[in-house]
Design a protein around this ligand. Structure first.
Ligand SMILES: Cc1cc2nc3c(=O)[nH]c(=O)nc-3n(C[C@H](O)[C@H](O)[C@H](O)COP(=O)(O)O)c2cc1C
Length: 311
């Protein structure tokens, strides 16, 4: 029995649902994305039951397979009901990856995928996942060596780029003209809507731009002298949230870099604000950044408040 709500939510499905990757036929367009810690055998079975066309497994370390790691073997288990299914390897050494791909080709997966998008520090720090995107020559070596070692179709999953830093602001001319005309301009909300330039047009990108870095880029392009970042705390603190918490009233760029290296600032929290400050100030003796609390009562930012960062 279908309710009214069901019929409202139903998608308009494309008439021709079948598609192919190499010689592997996929019955519909619904692909379960690979998700480490999520798309295990049980989860994949459920998704298959609900009609997924292609199942992707969790990423598996090529190195761990070559070391015959037992836990890794468990990740490779496949149920016969799962076809078509894609297995994903991550790694950075073309020869080792090709050897492993050849060794595992007898396993019952249908497609082999290479992860070139993972942003997780533990993977990135080994030069695996997304950092490969910074090295096209290595990408070619990996793809060539694996594709010549196996018969099964090979795919590569990438992300838009390694960094999530904004490189430019498309509407800069309008923003500049309005600020020059003494208008208050609200721009780059939430980091802005990311677009990529393709041929002669801009294409919406399925990506997230870090909002503090977007604010820093905006200040840089406006040639501002000062960037004020309003947040939920009065000051930048060292040892934040511990007994030794110390608020800072000022900090130099060199100190900011040192504290960043020490891991003093929360990732996705204070760290991008400090990074925006470092990028914006650069070598300039004139530029400064104030990080302080947004006072919702409308009171002004006054001298002495917050943490002032200078060269
Ligand atoms: C918990 C989690 C684990 C993920 N693990 C992987 C992975 O192992 N391999 C991979 O290529 N992508 C991985 N991804 C990325 C997803 O496959 C997908 O590309 C990403 O979530 C963007 O799709 P969405 O906008 O639908 O979330 C993971 C994503 C999440 C949320």
């Amino acid at each position: 029995m279908s309710s009214n709500l069901d019929s409202k939510l139903r998608y308009e499905l494309p008439k021709e649902m079948k598609w192919k990757i190499g010689n592997v036929e996929i019955p519909n367009r619904f692909v379960l994305a690979p998700m480490a810690g999520v798309t295990d055998l049980a989860f994949r079975r459920l998704c298959k039951e609900q009609g997924a066309g292609l199942l992707c497994m969790e990423m598996i370390s090529a190195k761990a397979i070559s070391y015959k790691n037992k836990n890794t073997r468990a990740l490779m288990e496949i149920d016969p009901v799962e076809h078509p299914i894609s297995m994903q390897l991550f790694g950075s050494e073309p020869e080792l990856m090709a050897e492993v791909a050849k060794e595992i080709e007898e396993e019952p997966f249908d497609i082999l995928d290479i992860n070139m998008g993972c942003p997780v520090p533990k993977v990135v720090n080994n030069g695996e996942g997304s950092p490969l995107l910074k090295n096209p020559e290595l990408i070619v070596k990996i793809v060539k060596s694996i594709s010549s070692a196996i018969q099964k179709p090979l795919t590569v999953k990438v992300r838009i780029g390694f960094e999530n830093e904004p490189v430019d602001i498309v509407e800069m001319d309008a923003i500049r003209a309005l600020t020059d005309a003494d208008q208050i301009v609200v721009a780059c909300g939430g980091g802005g809507i990311p677009v990529l330039s393709q041929d002669n047009h801009l294409k919406g990108a399925s990506a997230v731009i870090e909002k503090d870095l977007a604010a820093g880029k905006l200040a840089e392009l406006l040639e501002a002298d000062m960037l004020v970042i309003l947040t939920s705390v009065d000051n930048v603190c060292l040892d934040y949230g511990t007994e030794n918490e110390r608020p800072l009233s000022s900090m130099t760029v060199a100190e900011a870099k040192k504290y960043m290296e020490q891991g003093q600032f929360g990732e996705g929290d204070m760290q991008p604000k400090i990074q925006a400050a470092i990028d914006f100030i650069g070598d300039s003796a004139i530029r400064s950044v104030l990080i302080t609390k947004l006072h919702v009562d409308g009171s002004q930012v006054t001298p002495g408040m917050g943490t002032m960062i200078t060269k």
